[in-house]
Design a protein around this ligand. Structure first.
Ligand code: OGA
Ligand code: ZN
Length: 408
């Protein structure tokens, strides 16, 4: 919400929160106490939050630039003895803190404080639980109509959440123009450039630079596994599909990782710890990267898959591991090729498939180029764009609810 627009709302919603969002008042502050290092807040739902002095001072909602809302206070300058001299919960439920030795007053919206509480065993910034799938639990990606998305932010949010939860979604009714895939991408965020340009065409080329521009089968893969940062999301818009064959395949890489962890623990160990070599052979570029095929985060959870059997460089691994590495890789590929883990469907003209390129492997069956034209146009965007758009839409949704509550 625009800071000027915010000022017109009743208290406490008129208070700056240091961001552009409105926060619901679902709970109120019952009591606030100064302890040795924290302000201890007791909420009307019975929970208790502890906020450290430095954290509160660092997040003072007025210490931001009025337009950019980026912090202007540098916490490095906070005096060592910084503490509240006095705190107060006003009749509107707002927490006010007077600081010493700095002479400054911070005013916190209770809804903002509750949302940003870091006590109470709340998982720290973990994303919502994802739906991991294979062909026994899913036949197709969730489907949406482009026309509905353009009309309704609620539908747009559902579409993007489908992608976030399942790693893919399918749009119908996307106009059959060359620009349309960019319009779909720009609804979410900015397009990510690669050496194939901002947009690329997938169709048979008589002087192909990639297997993609032939009628060959493309086994399940991620795009650009040869780069340090694989593109987070991929869009593939089907403009024409009159060829025989060429059906699309998707595989949930997180499901494959789970399967390997359960059934082939040694392969899983190697695939998650020893890097494989990837390379993109071309006359004009030489991209290479070395990374495990299954990427794990600090909690040991899978965050990315890197796969493309025709984009590998001679493996440089310890000799004593070489045989086992090949065995592990074959197990991985066998699993991604197994129909149990694949969903298959045909893209028709006007369909646009969006998927998390670092989670969901994609591929296509071979097709007969003489049997008819097949033309897909694609582009990449990063995962950040998806997450950012989802937050904005959720913020808009919440703003409507709060404003209608205020009006009542
Ligand atoms: C690609 C690709 C899919 C298709 O070009 O990398 O995966 O259906 N294409 O042609
Ligand atoms: Zn591809």
């Amino acid at each position: 919400m625009d800071p000027e627009e915010r000022k017109k709302l009743p208290s406490p919603h008129n208070l700056p929160t240091g961001d552009f969002y409105l926060y619901p008042m679902t709970v109120t502050i019952v009591k606030a106490l100064i302890t040795e290092r924290t302000v201890n807040v007791e909420w009307s739902d019975g929970t208790v939050s502890d906020f450290h002095f430095l954290w509160l001072r660092d997040n003072c909602p007025c210490c931001v630039h009025p337009y950019t809302l980026e912090q202007t206070y540098e916490i490095v300058n906070a005096p060592k003895s910084l503490k509240p001299s006095e705190i107060e919960v006003t009749t509107e439920g707002v927490l006010t803190i007077h600081w010493e030795p700095e002479e400054h007053k911070s005013i916190f919206h209770p809804g903002w404080l509750k949302e940003h509480c870091y006590s109470n065993e709340k998982p720290l910034v973990k994303e919502a639980q994802k739906e991991i799938w294979d062909s026994s639990t899913r036949e197709k990606p969730d489907e949406y109509e482009w026309e509905q998305i353009v009309k309704s932010e609620e539908t747009e949010l559902q579409w993007l959440q489908s992608i976030q939860n399942t790693g893919c979604a399918l749009l119908h009714g996307v106009p059959l123009t060359e620009q349309a895939v960019g319009e779909v991408a720009n609804r979410i965020g900015v397009v990510k450039l690669s050496n194939f340009g901002d947009f690329f065409d997938v169709r048979v080329d008589f002087d192909p630079v990639s297997n993609s521009n032939t009628g060959l089968e493309l086994p399940p893969h991620t795009d650009l596994p040869t780069r340090e940062y694989q593109p987070g999301m991929q869009l593939l818009h089907c403009i024409t599909n009159e060829a025989q064959g060429g059906s699309s395949v998707l595989v949930d890489g997180f499901r494959v990782a789970e399967e390997l962890q359960n059934k082939h623990p040694r392969a899983y160990k190697l695939l998650t710890t020893v890097p494989w070599d990837f390379a993109n052979r071309s006359r004009t570029s030489d991209y290479r990267w070395k990374a495990p095929i299954i990427g794990l985060d600090d909690d040991g959870e899978c965050f990315e898959i890197r796969a493309g059997s025709w984009l590998r460089h001679p493996l440089q691994a310890p000799p004593e591991l070489m045989d086992e590495m090949y065995e592990a890789y074959q197990t991985f590929e066998k699993t991604t090729h197994d129909p149990q883990f694949q969903i298959r469907f045909r893209l028709e003209s006007g369909d646009c498939m969006l998927f998390d390129n670092r989670r969901v492997l994609h591929g296509r069956a071979a097709y007969e180029s003489e049997s008819g034209n097949r033309h897909l146009r694609g582009c990449y965007i990063d995962r950040d764009e998806l997450r950012s758009r989802i937050r904005l839409l959720q913020g808009n949704h919440r703003r409507h609810l709060i404003l209608s509550e205020i009006e009542r």
